[in-house]
Design a binder for this molecule. Structure first.
Ligand SMILES: Cc1cc2nc3c(=O)[nH]c(=O)nc-3n(C[C@H](O)[C@H](O)[C@H](O)COP(=O)(O)OP(=O)(O)OC[C@H]3O[C@@H](n4cnc5c(N)ncnc54)[C@H](O)[C@@H]3O)c2cc1C
Length: 418
């Protein structure tokens, strides 16, 4: 069965984009701005891919704790920050160590808190000066080989084990979603640069507003949701229910593994970092403070790695209630209910008896959160007129997914001209 393109408002042969995550959306917006027709397919019932917010019993729950770094070049290019009503996190964190929280602040934005941080047991004075030097570009990892792990590289740069274990590990675990700081130093460096250059923010109505704003820049009829593509070739795609669409080019903006499947590249390694994200509700009066700050576990005892009282940032809970978003990494042997119980014990240990009454709202086990692999960012066609893009061409982050989507669209636009 061939759906008529004219019926859905597409006047000439479109580019067929499979996957409406951040990469597919950025690709579609770029093509649309260049007046190149497109069709955007996703098997899910909403755009966004891994960037989604659910409404559950009056709460807005992001599918995993994610933040936008305002310094991301692609989000600056595509998004209207003001309309997203971005809410900024405190530039620093509270680290649990020795039975209490210690504030670690960015001295460039909060000089007084920054000076106070010098005295905490989270790293030595030398460690803190090194962080400052990194911020100013006076200490860099450039001479360290690209494939060196962050753990080894931080050691080479002179950071003490206590700084790495009490701060870098929980902080970067929350970003790369792996336990050992085995992510390469280049990814660490790039991430650190983005954190230093701008603010760490969330849209007031949750992370899902980001893909929604992108989709809002596109003609609604050109987005075909709940449409799983099962076959592709250089000028057509076929859905699993047997519909086909003709196009001038095909873009695979799916996860790496599914792109390989669609290209018939056989069984590839499907290696991902995972995270469990748990939400608990609490009375507003129980909030330890109304400061939107990241809490980190500097002991490594877990199971919680990091948490944020997310309702201090976003409009995500009913009146009178607050919401805490808890991230647990590397506890695959326990099921979500077991983890929720253990995490609750940790909340009681950290915030006192009042936490006994905090109610578990929902948990997400996100097995495929971020890919461990990374390709070179060259969006050349893998076959004639079949392109691929996605976060596995970069950090992985919202920014690099959008970057690869945009570059792919620009490549197609260039190919059309030549
Ligand atoms: C818990 C978590 C925390 C994160 N934290 C951050 C953070 O703080 N900051 C940050 O910048 N990034 C963060 N990220 C990473 C960021 O969300 C991703 O890098 C980015 O969203 C990936 O976008 P993508 O378009 O490449 O892939 P995806 O979002 O995976 O999009 C792929 C799309 O393809 C669709 N698809 C697949 N196969 C088919 C098919 N056969 N037919 C039709 N559709 C198909 C899927 O449904 C999906 O919508 C986090 C991710 C997670 C999960």
């Amino acid at each position: 069965m061939k759906p008529k393109l004219k019926e859905i408002g597409v006047k000439s042969t479109p580019v067929l984009i499979v996957g409406a995550g951040m990469a597919g959306l950025a690709c579609a917006v770029t093509l649309h701005r260049a007046n190149i027709p497109f069709l955007l397919f996703d098997r899910d019932n909403e755009v966004g891919g891994r960037v989604r917010t659910d409404e559950v019993d009056g709460y807005r729950l992001d599918r995993g704790f994610q933040v936008l770094l305002t310094a991301y070049p692609e989000t600056q290019r595509f998004l209207d920050y003001e309309k997203l009503d971005l809410q900024a996190c405190y530039p620093g964190s509270k680290v649990w160590f020795g039975n209490r929280f210690h504030r670690v602040a960015d001295p460039f934005r909060h000089p007084i808190d920054g000076i106070k941080s010098l005295l905490t047991p989270i790293g030595s004075l030398g460690d803190k000066l090194r962080v400052g030097m990194m911020r100013m570009g006076l200490l860099s990892s450039k001479s360290i080989p690209d494939n060196c792990t962050t753990r080894v590289a931080l050691n080479k740069m002179g950071f003490s084990d206590s700084m790495t274990d009490r701060f870098w590990k929980p902080f970067m675990r929350g970003v790369f979603l792996e336990n050992e700081l085995s992510t390469t130093i280049r990814k660490f460096e790039e991430t650190f640069r983005f954190f230093s250059k701008g603010e760490t923010v969330l849209p007031k109505n949750g992370i899902g507003e980001i893909p929604r704003q992108l989709a809002g820049q596109l003609p609604r009829n050109n987005i075909l949701l709940e449409t799983e593509i099962s076959k592709v070739d250089m000028n057509s795609v076929e859905s699993s229910d047997g519909r086909t669409w003709k196009g001038r080019a095909v873009v695979l903006a799916t996860e790496d593994y599914y792109a390989n499947q669609l290209l018939g590249l056989g069984t590839q390694v499907d290696d991902w970092n995972s995270v469990d994200c748990l939400y608990y509700s609490l009375p507003v009066d129980d909030l330890p403070s109304d400061e939107p700050i990241l809490y980190l576990d500097g002991t490594g005892d877990g199971p919680i790695n990091n948490l944020t009282f997310i309702s201090t940032l976003c409009d995500c809970s009913p009146l009178g209630q607050a919401l805490v978003s808890v991230s647990v990494i590397g506890q695959k042997e326990m099921n979500l209910d077991e983890i929720a119980d253990k995490a609750k014990q940790q909340l009681i240990h950290w915030f006192g008896k009042k936490a006994k009454k905090w109610e578990y709202v929902k948990g997400y086990r996100i097995r495929k959160a971020v890919p461990t692999c990374q390709y070179l960012p060259i969006p050349k066609p893998v076959l004639t007129r079949v392109y691929r893009c996605g976060d596995y061409f970069g950090l992985p982050s919202i920014d690099s997914a959008m970057n690869s989507g945009r570059l792919t669209a620009e490549h197609i636009i260039q190919d059309q001209k030549s």
